[in-house]
Ligand binder design. Sequence first.
Ligand code: AMP
Length: 383
Amino acid sequence: MAVKLLVPGATIGILGGGQLGRMTALAAARLGFRCHIFATEPDSPAGQVCDQVSVAHYLDEEALDRFAASVDVATFEFENIPAEGVLRVAASTTVLPRPEILEISQDRLREKDFLRTIDIPTTAYREIADATALTRAMRDFGFPAVLKSVRMGYDGKGQVTLTPETKPADAWRQMGGEIGILEAYVDFACEISVIVARGRSGAWATYPPVENQHSHHILDTTIAPARIAPEIAMRAEAIARHIAEKLDLVGVLAVEMFVTPKGDVLVNELAPRPHNSGHFSFDACVTSQFEQQLRAVCGLPLGDVTLLRPAAMVNLLGDLWQAGEPDWVAALSYPEVKLHLYGKRDPRPGRKMGHLTALAETAERARERALAARAATCPTPSE
Ligand code: AMP
């Protein structure tokens, strides 16, 4: 389908109503675009900031058709939208990134197979069909190893770390998926990610690699730029660019990677959308990942990705509400700290409610500032 250039005034459809959609919609509003959110629940984080919202199931064909007819281009902000729903929208309007990329990223096995075909290194992995196959693979892989469900896994959901004591049948049950993937455990020196943007003309831009620290498999802290050797940073950016080109990406893509103690860079996961590890760009870069996504899908020139000042982002998970409502005045009293809240009412453990981004003269200082601001804001320390 030929894609026309979209300028401010056009309507961008966003499948998914979460915080990524919210921040994309806020960036869109600043540029004079309109957004139409398709969400499964009323009062979604993204729906709250848009005047056009469809609330329906992702497989509701009538609702999807109405949505598609009302927008100039559609994108998605959530990986686990059923591919059938996205393809339905793509039958009558342009969806970017192209839905096939979403399908690859929805399936950990397909994703790793794809990476292998384009010569991108990953940890050793194997498809696991049942507990018996798992027993065999555990013998071959050794310990520790990580069993993951092939589909619907994010933020550590459907993931089990295997040790010599683990009973295969228990691990299989706990993983909860129909098909699993067993991965050799990577004893990494650090985790990094690169957000790469690619426009319709093939122009590309990579944000500087950032360092990600997880807690219970959920992103906790992002440090920008990553404290890694320039040679590793260059390799990480080249990997992200290669993947974006091979996928024929239009939009932004997050590439999560492990850096090993020897300096090898292994790709862990792809997310073809703005990403939690790119939130720092909202306050710290000339162009945020959210604006970049809009520029790419609209056919506009990509924006400058320069990091204006070292930054660190810390997530505010629902766990931090245990002692009551956080002290927002404390958060807002911190110099060079920006508060972002997603408008979610129910602070469940593990749920991403918002984040803080701190800026400073060095990445390490920014990290300290972000952690201090979070500790002051939330009476229960998170570490
Ligand atoms: P994922 O859902 O694959 O992004 O995994 C979430 C987090 O779990 C990663 O960011 C790592 O901290 C950890 N993890 C996942 N896979 C592995 C692995 N093969 N080796 C070591 N740590 C892993």
